[in-house]
Design a protein around this ligand. Structure first.
Ligand SMILES: [Zn+2]
Length: 281
């Protein structure tokens, strides 16, 4: 049964589409990470270490639903066997079976928020969710040269033709308690989804962070960010502004990760692994 977390009236369900090894040594994926930071990341998330010592990562989508109302899906996974991610991700994914296990009929999905247009986030977008508007930031569509060359013909063109592509400009309120936030840098139009109720906050991050080493030190770049300084600024300011917050992430071993973690003393080699209290705010 997929894991869930509830914020106010909204149930957030983690849907695991697949899992596999990353295609590159992790030290190359996170240049600049120190040995102490790796030790702390591995202590927090031992399941992110694969059998060969490399980075092992899941690929998730998240469903948001109040009662038996319309479903908002955040990201669409790696997709079927012939998906755009086939060259590097462990396709076929199993999102349809995960939806069934979660009691979600794809026909009830009325909104698909694509955090960005990388192939491991758009895999099942389109026909499976024929009743859903697909939400993409304008800045993302303005940078199509960055993405898979088949993306316009395979996904965006058909969505547009069906009237199912909704273009957003920055922060957008979706429903009471659910907002899209602009979190650019990983890609130009990257967006995340905030669910809040009173002091309770859950952020579906997309690839604002992709490994817990970026929670050990949010300033650490990831090699596949289009604009690393901008990604760092988005990550640091979003975490600082929303903290304490529960992070719902596609690629961390655990679908829901509290931030700050207990004992996290801040960034930098000297601060990791200690028993300091969490930072305020
Ligand atoms: Zn990703």
């Amino acid at each position: 049964m997929p894991l869930t977390h509830t914020v106010g009236s909204i149930t957030v369900t983690a849907l695991l589409d697949g899992a596999g090894p990353f295609f590159q040594p992790r030290e190359e994926a996170f240049p600049g990470a120190t040995d102490a930071q790796w030790r702390e990341a591995d202590r927090r998330d031992p399941d992110a270490v694969g059998p060969d010592g490399g980075w092992w990562l899941p690929f998730r989508a998240f469903a948001l639903r109040a009662g038996d109302g319309p479903v908002t899906l955040v990201d669409a996974g790696i997709g079927p066997a012939d998906a755009l991610a086939t060259s590097w991700a462990p396709v076929p994914g199993r999102l349809p079976a995960e939806l069934t296990a979660a009691g979600i009929d794809p026909a009830d999905v009325r909104t698909v928020v694509l955090t960005h247009l990388h192939s491991d986030h758009v895999g099942w977008a389109g026909p499976l969710f024929g009743n859903a508007d697909h939400l993409v930031q304008r800045a993302e569509l303005d940078a199509l040269e960055l993405f898979h060359p088949d993306l316009p013909a395979r996904l965006l063109g058909p969505l547009r033709a069906a009237g199912r592509l909704r273009v957003l400009d920055g922060e957008t309120r979706l429903t009471p308690g659910v907002r899209v936030l602009s979190t650019p840098g990983h890609t130009p139009g990257h967006q995340s989804v905030l669910v809040e109720h009173g002091e309770d906050r859950l952020l579906v991050t997309g690839d604002l962070l992709v490994h817990s080493i970026q929670l050990v030190d949010p300033s650490l770049p990831y090699a596949h960010e289009e604009d690393a300084p901008r990604a760092r600024a988005s990550r640091e300011s979003t975490l600082r502004t929303l903290s304490p917050v529960l992070l719902a992430t596609p690629h961390l071993p655990t679908p829901f990760t509290p931030h700050p973690a207990g004992g996290w003393g801040g960034k930098g080699e000297g601060a990791v692994g200690g028993s300091r209290p969490p930072l305020p705010g």
